[in-house]
Design a protein around this ligand. Sequence first.
Ligand SMILES: [Zn+2]
Length: 810
Amino acid sequence: MTRIISWLLCAALLAVTTSHAAIRQTKGEFEDKFRQLDEVLPTANIYRTAGGEPGHAYWQQQVSYEIDVQLIEEARRIEASERITYTNNSPDTLRFLWLQLDQNRFREDSMAELTQAFADASRRGPKIEDRKDGKAPRISIDELRRQQFMADNTLGSEIIAVRGQGGELAHTIVGTLMRVDLASPLEPGQATQFSVDFAFNIVEEDALSARAGYEHFPEDERAGGNDIFLVAQWFPRLHAYTDYEGWTNKEFLGRGEFTLEFGNYSVDITVPADHLVSATGVLQNPDDVLTDAQQKRLKQAEKADRPVFIVTPGEALENEREASKGTNTWRFKAENVRDFSWASSRKFIWDAQGYHQGGDVQPLVMAMSFYPKEGEPLWSSYSTAAVIHTMKVYSRFSFDYPYPVAQSVNGPVGGMEYPMITFNGPRTDEQDDGERTYSLSEKRFLVGVVIHEIGHIYFPMTVNSDERQWTWMDEGLNSFLDAMAGLQWNPDIPWKVEPRDIVDYMKSDRQVPIMTQSDSVLQLGPNAYGKPAVALMILRETILGRDLFDFAFREYSRRWRFKRPTPADFFRTMEEASGVDLDWFWRGWFYSTDHVDLSIDRIWKLRLDTKDPDIDFERRRQEEKDKPFSLIVERNRSEGELWVDRNPQIRDFYDDNDRFTVTNKERNEYQEFLEELEDWEVAALERAVEEDKHYYVLEFSNHGGLVMPLLLQLTFGEGETEMVRIPAEIWRRNHRTVKKLIVTERELTQVVIDPRWETADVEVENNHYPRRIIPSRIEAFKTPDKEELEHRDIMQDIKTELEPEKEKEK
Ligand SMILES: [Zn+2]
């Protein structure tokens, strides 16, 4: 029994190790970097075509929500009731539905919490195994605060009731998921309604880095201070049910984001009466919650050239000084969105400007920003301007901005996106005189993060990719576009988005393929943001060119707008619409950890043999003469006469005729050779002999494994240069080394591969032929004092006076 089991196990292991990736392609070293991806990509079907388009039977579910929610400010608590309408557009009958309870991630018994490894909590310290005197592993004070916050608060979703039309519905909570058992099976094409009453305590964002939460401002004049509330992942919402995976169930571990369905929302938000609310959607009852002046300013903002204050800094300061009693209900509606989030505070300054994008989808979009005084003067200068700039650039690459509002809200979240609303973190510093200031990096952060998060309203809020599985599909595409927008904002700001900026990651051992499940990725930033963005930049600028790339990318955006693409749909569409086989590119950049390191190793300069012995033998004689003369012979000569010189009387034929002497035998053979040639062969040879061009053979090697085009800068004679761009396909028969013949009349003096650093080549010194001297720097340093305990002069130091405690600055 045991033996059979272990044999079966071995068979299973074998099956895994001999999967397609490991199939040997030859008995030798050959590896086909251009092997097609069909064996890796899913088989096309009626839902998704082989060309990467939604198929003729494509479907997706629709889920709409009506929600009544109350923010209980003092308790920092949400209490709400939602009514969900679930429309089953799938061909399948559903007996239960799965919902996401994201707040459960913050429970102490959550999978996210229980599986947090020590390494995650003790980042960047020495390894515990390496502990030596004075060097301990580290834990951040942020982490200590996080643990204390979780211990002190009751967190997670409280599900109070789940009701269908016929009464209570059974429901089962599995971590961050909840299964709701339907009273009767939901047939294809049918819809069902049910409601959920729920509540939760809002987390402190700064304590938990939670993508949402409250931020407390204890120093505000109002007794007890004020909060900004950013509310997201807050209501039980449906998991996606898809044609490619069924239910997209996967525990929320904090990193892999959300897989959601489109639907319509009607949300009534009740907050303290002096709060300002920004939310996904359009405000339905401005008369109830805005003053006449505010409504007038909003109207004015629609046609303004610069953002107009709807709530001025002075009014916001007045507002945050004391709290009013009572509540207001803000009613929002949003159509065809995949999520809903909102922000609320009495601290907000509010500005707005209309963006007239034209077209018939959404000719007028209101760009708006909400921020406290702690974001000034940065926010009023740049936030709304960056919102509008984003829409201008992104729409050129994809489609018109699809919603009536685009908002940027300042709060404790570094940067996070939702339909029509984004949370962005940059702040300014207060100086001694009370004025506020900011660094270049804070300005870059504000403009960059606003562009990035507003950009997410296109990807993945409209092109609805599966974020839980594939971070790169939204972050990578979006980082590519935000780089485009950033570089078009002002290229002098260091955006760090070009191919050279990904080089360190590409050569590091921590690199994993871009096609790695979100929660398993090491170093998410360079893996899911930087590398795919750079890959797309290279695809656009170097492989396809702007016209082909832009056409294909727009086609992808058009095909999958308000639909749910998978990685294969992206790969296939880009290839289909550009007309260029890109399987090698996806294979190398997205499925492998290879890097780019192309080298030019040698150049030969060849001259054509004429075959005419009278010419060729003389040339060979000259070549022999040009070789360095033997040092031994030269020294022997200087020491005394050679035998042949001392015995001239017995010189013979060979002393006067060298081995390059031409005989008639060779001349006859040459004639015979010519006679056997066809006329066209004679003509070709004669012309080549007459032109007598240089035949240069350039030898290249590939040290990184990634095949890429050879971008060659050739320098001739006095310094005239020429670019030759050889497609990556030159590596198709041998990806390790390849030689290329260049025939030219001119004298080749230098070759440089990729002189503009377009390809993220990790080692550029081997790109030069001949090699160059490498300029660098060296710095003098002072030897540091020894730090071990016994190096202290304890005998003296023990007598040190204790410094009086510094009076704390107010
Ligand atoms: Zn992002």
